[in-house]
Write a protein that binds this ligand. Structure first.
Ligand code: NAD
Length: 350
């Protein structure tokens, strides 16, 4: 496995490998940029097929965090941690402590929070070993806690903006929306979309998560292998990344793709593939910034939920500008978002 010639190394500032033999913790912390502030981004726990796959994921996710935080106008750079372990295996307090110590050893260059496979409770344990952590249980009326409901709100508002732009509809009522993955974000998103009158098709590989949504609201369950190709107006990928590829895109029927998952596009060229098929793609790190907005308010001090909400409500406006520019120039939305993010980081560097 090469690191310095890795295709995703980009201009990452550093990559840290943690091997704590006594607890079994094997983790990678990737710091993409600290230009606009400490490198913030959640910690993902996943059963990677290889070390190389974990490195690639950490590099791509941390760069995405830099772009996400810049576009959301947060005083954060971008970083990400991945723990190489099954996302359903039990986590020992010792392992979480070792992770907390690893974060602490970076002296505040990296700020962690929960992502796939990690929870608010885990962050509370991590906090006992470092102050560079957010996404902790809410205290009083202050913002904080599980970022997922805020991510879901931003995605919901972003879907409405994309529907207005591509389908020229002011309401989601009776629209068919497919949601891939009904975990923390997907389940909240289902509730918001259902309340808005949308008809929902859902898929998940986790039976418990699927059953929880099925018992709460009326949904049509689709096999995981078919959800991307469902005959719907909107597809919301809310599971993992790399779902929009040269193989999947030709079979997608939705006119809008807008969801929470990070790194939905397998490659940059997949954005152009979607544009060529007139599928409007909401760039993932623009639409899914609600959670990190909450994390930022929590980390930097006592903000209210109203302040978080006001910032999350800016997400659809950012998307509308990208959609309008894309429609005028014919350029893919992902390229426009990347250019915008890089301009903001370059300005910060000056
Ligand atoms: P989660 O682990 O709670 O939920 C993910 C769900 O997707 C799980 O139920 C899992 O079983 C399911 N899944 C995995 N592979 C699948 C497949 N092939 N088909 C169908 N379902 C599948 O994670 P989450 O916190 O809800 O995050 C979802 C996505 O959104 C992730 O990509 C995450 O990085 C991204 N994201 C989350 C937040 C947040 O606030 N939690 C913020 C920004 C981005």
């Amino acid at each position: 496995m090469s690191v310095f010639s890795h295709a995703e190394l980009d201009d990452h500032e550093s990559l840290h490998f943690i091997n704590d033999a006594s607890t079994g913790l094997r983790a990678i912390i990737a710091i993409h940029s600290t230009v606009l502030g400490p490198a913030a981004g959640g910690c993902r726990r996943w059963s990677y097929l290889s070390d190389a796959e974990a490195v690639t994921d950490a590099l791509r996710l941390s760069r995405g965090m830099t772009y996400k935080n810049a576009v959301a106008e947060l005083p954060f750079g971008g970083g990400k941690a991945v723990i190489l372990s099954s996302n359903t295996a039990p986590k020992s307090p010792q392992l979480l402590a070792a992770f907390g110590r690893a974060v602490d050893s970076l002296g505040g260059k990296y700020v962690t929070a929960e992502d796939v496979g990690m929870s608010v409770d885990d962050m509370r344990q991590v906090q006992q070993h470092t102050k560079f952590v957010s996404g902790l249980p809410q205290s009083g009326a202050n913002a904080g806690g599980d970022p997922s409901p805020w991510t879901a709100l931003g995605v919901y508002l972003g879907i409405a903006a994309a529907v207005k732009s591509r389908l020229e509809k002011d309401s989601l009522k009776d629209l068919k929306i497919a949601i891939q993955g009904v975990g923390h974000v997907g389940a909240h998103l289902c509730q918001l979309l259902h309340d808005a009158g949308a008809k929902l098709l859902v898929a998940d590989v986790n039976r418990d998560n699927l059953n929880a949504v099925k018992t709460a609201i009326p949904v049509e369950v689709v096999a995981p292998a078919n959800i991307l190709y469902a005959d719907v107006d909107v597809l919301a990928p809310c599971a993992l990344g790399n779902v929009l590829t040269s193989a999947t895109i030709p079979k997608i029927k939705a006119k809008v793709i807008a969801g929470a998952a990070n790194n939905q596009l397998s490659t940059l060229a997949d954005g152009a593939r979607l544009a060529a098929r007139k599928i409007l793609y909401a760039p993932d790190y623009v639409i899914n910034a609600g959670g990190i907005i909450s994390v930022s308010h929590e980390y930097y001090g006592a903000s209210s939920e109203d302040q978080v909400r006001a910032d999350v409500e800016k997400i659809p406006h950012r998307l509308q500008s990208i959609f309008a520019e894309s429609s005028e120039s014919g350029r893919p939305t992902n390229e426009l978002a990347d250019e915008y993010a890089r301009r903001l980081i370059a300005a910060g560097r000056k």
